[in-house]
Design a protein around this ligand. Structure first.
Ligand code: 3HC
Ligand code: NAI
Length: 705
């Protein structure tokens, strides 16, 4: 069997090469190979120095995450590294690409470290809910100090080679051929009489309790609801409180324990789900993405402006069209204002703004789109207007140009039918603010060509978004599932819960923002207009989206008018109780005969909002609107503020058990409107079988392959 670890010995220097594409993740084969290489070199007196490096695009990107959660074949990386570190020859580890987690831990077990100038080093474990487990928490503080080490673990972000050198994490930044540089470096060490220099032998100065508290407070803000930072602190503390061997044992217990937490399972699920979304059955390499260099955007309002920024941020040229010069100038001014705000926050320089603005060119003529490879329409949500625009685009755009709509609710099949190129039409549903939000729903119509879908995925990656495929339906994946979720939140305020009660239950669960606060932020009018434009998507129940109507009727549109579900002081987003609204909502409840209650618990809020959302998710799966439960989870965690540590609504449902979800839905079905609470057939089936969405998806994938 071929091993991903090989040794070449030349002039007394052994070069260990790890070669396991795509990212040299530290699998059992690598661990075995590295152990065997270390054992071989330990007794080879002809070898005077050792180099360890990786082939391919990157140094080791960490442990093989797919091994976590099941049986992990021996040997353990931590034990391999003890043998590796003990080699009698000086070891130079040469890093390139993204050296992450276990990859950096391997480097720390070496005696000297050099890195290519483009290399990045980091510990992203916190984003997976795990504590480094290959002695990183004991070696890193010894090398770069407890504070810097803890910051790296808590932050989870990688540092560049120069910064790593400044921290003392690496000894030298090099350019050119890395292998040559590493061998030369080793020869220089040998010539200077330098031998092994083991990190385990260094001492760590303790970090003060005050500083630990400050870092803890920062980490809690950055990783809300997650226990990992606390565990990181515990492990790093051992680096100065305990001898190395005992620290190692403690780290092992903490790290192994972290792997078993629900939050770690959830975040690892998302790691793979985020990579699986781009796999679309039926689309192969033969469906090569079309070349997209020039973008056209119709409508320079909230979405059009944000979309133009998303492209400009990725260095892509965009022509922004609006109905007349005044509207266009307003749109461009907003784009500039948004960029200027980023400068004020220190996120970019004035020169960056000019460079990006130079990529966005305004126009009022559709003819300026004749060279565009892709046009995204973002005008008012009006089918007649959109159809007219698509017919016009069909006329001016070159053959093969892709025509996309950013519609939130309209039937894109009908929009595609307004053109003579329905195969080139699809939905690209961005989320507001479009230059910030990671999610992009790629909405395929009945006629969208495979290579157009492939182009959309490629483009999403280019503009650093995460594309998720949806079929056409009202609200696509995200908004369709938000419908019952918001419906219940609005009903509960009619029944007597305060908006703060509803939102704090949701935020306590892990939503970034409660749904009623979201309505206030987005504008209460937005939802009301969507309802008005889609009368057939309502419910016979008069309480359906009634709270929005009550507020809208008073002109209480949320933050922009200072009043909505909450009250706001000018220029502030801080929520205050809006007593007038509460009074009016109580009166409305009375008119509708809704019984007022004072016993709506946080648990009831969660069950009604989250279970109803999951139920709709089950329908979406059954109808094939979303390809996989993981796709829905990615939509919710990257576009709707669903806590990553919960893994997304479908993963969460699996964790609590589909029978629990179904029982909740049946309970509320009996109590309230049975139509709204009809359980999805897939949910009923899987609950009866004691199965899960994950198992259902795995079985389907197996039968398709
Ligand atoms: N384990 C298993 N598979 C991994 C992996 C890992 N650590 N890192 C990446 N992969 C896989 C991906 O799933 C993907 O597989 P696919 O092609 O079948 O979908 C493939 O490698 C390529 O990955 P990306 O699509 O993400 O490629 P990019 O070039 O966009 O990004 C990367 C490369 C920056 C290395 C990114 O993959 C990444 O961030 N990886 C995760 C790194 C990480 O979290 N490491 C820590 C692991 S935990 C650990 O080390 C614990 C330690 O203490 C023992
Ligand atoms: P907006 O009202 O802020 O902007 C619309 C822009 O289109 C205006 O600048 C208007 O002058 C321009 N316009 C109107 N007719 C035009 C025409 N014939 N030619 C060129 N420009 C024209 O609207 P917003 O919020 O940006 O929404 C645009 C689209 O994006 C809608 O379909 C909406 O449903 C969708 N959407 C909106 C989201 C949001 O949060 N605002 C989120 C996701 C999608």
């Amino acid at each position: 069997m071929s091993t991903p670890v090989s040794i070449q010995i030349e002039d007394g220097i052994a070069v260990i090469t790890i070669d396991s594409p795509p990212v040299n993740a530290i699998s059992a084969a690598i661990r075995r190979g590295l152990l065997a290489a270390s054992e071989q070199l330990a007794t080879d007196t002809s070898v005077k120095g050792v180099v360890l490096l990786c082939a391919g695009r990157t140094f080791m990107a960490g442990a093989d995450i797919s091994e976590f959660g099941g049986f992990m074949p021996p040997p353990e990386l931590r034990n391999v590294l003890t043998v590796f570190e003990s080699l009698p020859q000086p070891i130079v580890v040469a890093l390139h690409g993204t050296a992450l987690g276990g990859g950096v831990e391997v480097a720390l077990a070496g005696h000297y470290r050099i890195a290519d100038k483009g290399a990045k080093l980091g510990f992203p474990e916190v984003t997976l809910g795990i504590v480094p487990g290959a002695v990183g928490t004991q070696r890193l503080p010894r090398l770069i100090g407890a504070e810097n080490a803890l910051k790296m673990f808590l932050d989870g972000k990688a540092v560049g080679a120069e910064e790593a050198k400044a921290l003392g994490l690496i000894d030298e930044v090099v350019e050119g051929d890395l292998r040559t540089a590493a061998v030369d470096y080793t020869k220089k060490l040998l010539a200077a009489g330098k031998g092994p220099r083991r990190v385990r032998d260094l001492q760590v100065a303790p970090l003060s309790e005050e500083r630990i508290s400050e870092l803890r407070a920062q980490a809690r803000k950055q990783h809300k609801g997650v226990i990992t930072p606390e565990l990181d602190i515990l492990a790093v503390r051992a680096s100065w409180e305990l001898p190395f061997e005992q620290g190692l044992a403690l780290e092992r217990a903490i790290s192994d324990g972290s792997l078993a937490t629900p939050e770690s399972k959830a975040m690892r699920h998302l790691f793979f789900a985020e990579r699986e979304v781009a796999e679309v059955p039926g689309i192969s390499k033969a469906d090569a993405p079309r070349d997209v260099k020039r973008i056209g955007i119709i409508g320079s309002g909230t979405m059009g402006g944000g979309i133009a920024m998303a492209f400009a941020n990725a260095g892509i040229h965009a022509t922004l069209i609006d109905i007349d010069q005044a509207a266009l100038e307003r749109g461009l001014a907003t784009v500039r204002k948004n960029y200027d705000a980023s400068v004020k926050r220190g996120r970019m320089t004035a020169a960056d703004v000019e460079q990006r603005m130079s990529l966005i060119v305004g126009s009022t003529s559709y003819d300026s789109l004749k060279d565009a490879d892709l046009v995204i329409e973002a005008v008012f949500e009006d089918m007649g207007l959109k159809k007219k625009i698509f017919a016009e685009l069909d006329r001016v755009c070159k053959p093969g140009a892709i025509l996309a709509t950013n519609t939130s609710t309209l039937d894109i099949n009908l929009i595609a039918a307004a053109t003579k190129r329905p195969q080139d039409v699809l939905g690209l549903h961005f989320f507001s603010p479009a230059n910030v939000m990671r999610l992009l729903e790629i909405v395929r119509t009945d006629t969208t060509a495979n290579d157009v879908v492939a182009t959309a995925f490629a483009l999403a990656k280019k503009i650093r978004k995460i594309g998720v495929l949806s079929k056409v339906c009202f609200g696509f994946i995200g908004n369709r599932m938000m419908d019952p979720y918001a419906r219940e939140a609005q009903r509960m305020v009619l029944e007597g819960a305060t908006p703060a009660q509803v939102d704090s239950a949701l935020e306590g669960f892990g939503m970034a923002m409660g749904i009623l606060a979201v309505f206030d932020m987005a504008g209460v009018d937005v939802g009301v207009k969507v309802r008005a434009a889609n009368p057939d998507k309502g419910s016979p129940d008069p309480t359906f989206y009634r709270a929005d109507q009550v507020l809208y009727g008073q002109g209480w549109l949320g933050q922009k008018s200072g009043k909505g579900y909450y009250k706001y002081e000018a220029g502030s987003r801080e929520r205050h109780p809006h007593e007038e609204a509460l009074k009016l909502l109580a009166e409305e409840a009375q008119k509708l005969g809704v019984a007022r209650r004072s016993d709506i618990s946080a648990q009831e809020v969660l069950e009604r909002c989250i279970y109803s959302m999951i139920n709709e998710g089950a329908r979406i799966l059954e109808e094939g609107v979303a390809l996989r439960p993981g796709d829905i989870d990615v939509v919710y965690t990257s576009g709707y503020g669903f806590a990553r540590w919960r893994g997304g609504p479908m993963f969460y449902a699996d964790q609590i058990g589909l029978d629990t979800v179904l029982a909740g839905i049946q309970k509320y079905g009996k109590r309230f409107n049975a139509v709204d609470w009809t359980p999805a057939p897939l949910l009923v089936k899987l609950a009866a079988e004691g199965s899960s969405f994950t198992a259902w998806a795995a079985a389907r994938a197996k039968s398709a392959s």
